[in-house]
Design a protein around this ligand. Structure first.
Ligand code: NAD
Length: 471
């Protein structure tokens, strides 16, 4: 890949510069990294038309050929981790190590999705009749990705949608379009023209995409608020939707944990990618027996974690990705300060350029405080004391969100029994944030509709068709 070349959209296999552009900022410096094409309605129409034209040929291609191409695309990403990593750090802010991990994950995600099998159900095989239900592609998928993990979250969609025989128009977030545009260029060297189109643009492009009559399904990852808009807009032509939305993941830390052993893991459950993870631990309930020692261990570990420009060696956490999110996180910190909550670490304002927020841990704020009730999506964690299991389960479940949760304890069976009582799409015991291309992942309640990954995720890119033959 040539990372020095201008950024272009990929439409019908061709590089399209577009007639308008917008600037992409480096969140560590607030300097322009590059400009990206700002797709017009005509550009989007061209991308949808290219995807529609490619659909008959691609869906008729034997699935094993599609599988092989997706696998190759995964290899191509893995072969260029170095180049993608630098670009991802520049536009997203995460450290080079985390960016390399994401690019590697994106490659592995495609390769993992490429191994999935579409099931066929034989309903009847009798003297009178043979009947089977198979799963056929939907057509053109409009895929919309957020800015926290721009590449890997796009791959959650690309692999299964294409494997199932759909074609796609992929739209990255305006805050992080560059690595996805380069991925589109890479894909154009491997996939037939029009199978994967990438368009970038500002705030007008998402609504155009979700209301476009040439799109059959919208696969969306982003906030719950935008998810509602997507669903409303998709209803006009009854588009299928998969919505991966926000969360306010609880971690429940039981009395029997080994504090020294879990402190670092709990820290990263909350602070990986600066807390900008849909499945980050966003409220940590700690049993009163271990509250004090765990609090100290978390703070001691937090002091060892360097925050700064992700392109500089040694910085583990970078800035918040963009100004609106930075303001949201600062507002929550301000609210905690004004309410007089105790800060165990962090909470101070930064006076350097870039959207930096220090690692911040708040000591036992009330259950109804904003920092406990809202999705912070930043490096600010409330630690909350509990004493009763039924009470903490009720508090964990008292949320409109239900994305992820974790339970931590030495007695695995006891922890598992609690996990079964949590209303979240995923619950981890003694770990957090682990996902795989082979297991269904999605939200309960207002954290989403449908799932990604696994066979269940693959099936979301299909519709069931039953064919019956009378003998
Ligand atoms: P966002 O909702 O602001 O934007 C997501 C995407 O939607 C972007 O590409 C954006 O340009 C586009 N968009 C904005 N308005 C649109 C509209 N009206 N119609 C169609 N598209 C529109 O979310 P974000 O700030 O980029 O991401 C952070 C949020 O995403 C958090 O709430 C986080 O929890 C959630 N998230 C969820 C998952 C998951 O898998 N469940 C994963 C990552 C992030």
């Amino acid at each position: 890949m040539d990372f020095d070349q201008a950024y272009t959209m990929t439409i019908g296999g061709k590089a399209i510069a577009g007639t308008e552009t917008f600037d992409v900022l480096n969140p560590a410096t607030e300097q322009v990294v590059a400009s990206a094409p700002d797709a017009t309605r005509e550009d989007l129409d061209a991308a949808v038309a290219a995807a529609r034209d490619a659909f008959p040929g691609w869906s008729a291609t034997p699935i094993d050929e599609r599988r092989a191409l997706i696998d190759r695309l995964g290899d191509a990403l893995l072969a260029d981790i170095e180049g993608f990593k630098r670009l991802l750090t520049a536009e997203q802010g995460k450290s080079h190590d985390d960016a390399a991990y994401e690019v590697g994950g994106a490659g592995m995600w495609l390769k993992g999705a490429a191994t999935l099998q579409l099931p066929v159900t034989v309903n009847e095989d009798s003297a009178e009749r043979y009947s089977e239900t198979r799963h056929v592609p939907l057509g053109v998928v409009g895929a919309i990705a957020p800015w926290n993990y721009p590449l890997v979250l796009a791959m959650f969609k690309v692999g299964p949608a294409l494997l199932a025989g759909n074609t796609m128009v992929l739209k990255p977030s305006p805050f992080t379009p560059l690595s996805t545009l380069k991925f589109g260029e890479l894909a154009a060297t491997i996939l037939p023209p029009g199978v994967l189109n990438v368009v970038s643009g500002g705030d007008r492009l998402g609504p155009w995409l979700t209301e476009h009559p040439g799109i059959d399904k919208v696969s969306f990852t982003g906030s719950t608020e935008t998810g509602r808009r997507v669903m409303r807009s998709a209803s006009a032509t009854l588009k299928r939707v998969t919505l991966e939305l926000g969360g306010n993941d609880p971690a429940i830390v039981l009395a029997d944990v080994d504090v020294e052993q879990v402190a670092e893991k709990l820290f990263w459950a909350a602070f990986t990618n600066n807390g900008q993870v849909c499945i980050a631990t966003k409220r940590m309930y700690v049993h009163e027996d271990v509250y004090e020692p765990l609090k100290e261990a978390l703070v001691a570990y937090a002091r060892t974690v360097k925050v700064g420009d992700g392109s500089e060696q040694g910085n583990r956490l970078g800035p918040i990705n963009n100004r609106p999110q930075y303001e949201r996180v600062l507002d929550l910190v301000r609210d905690a300060r004004e309410n007089g909550y105790d800060f165990l670490i962090g909470g101070e304002d930064s006076d350097v350029p870039g959207y930096f927020v220090p690692v911040t841990i708040i000591d036992n704020p009330p259950e109804d405080s904003r920092i406990v009730q809202e999705e912070q999506f930043g490096p600010v964690l409330p630690l909350i004391r509990f004493s009763d299991i039924d009470d903490v389960v009720a508090r964990a479940n008292a949320s409109d969100y239900g994305l992820g949760a974790s339970v931590w304890g030495k007695d695995e069976n006891a922890a598992w029994a609690i996990a079964e009582r949590i209303a979240s799409g995923t619950v981890w015991v003694n770990e957090a944030q682990h996902l795989t291309p082979l297991a269904a992942f999605g939200g309960m309640k207002q954290s989403g509709i449908g799932v990604e990954n696994g066979v269940e995720g693959l099936l979301e890119y299909t519709t069931a068709q039953t064919i019956t033959r009378r003998r």
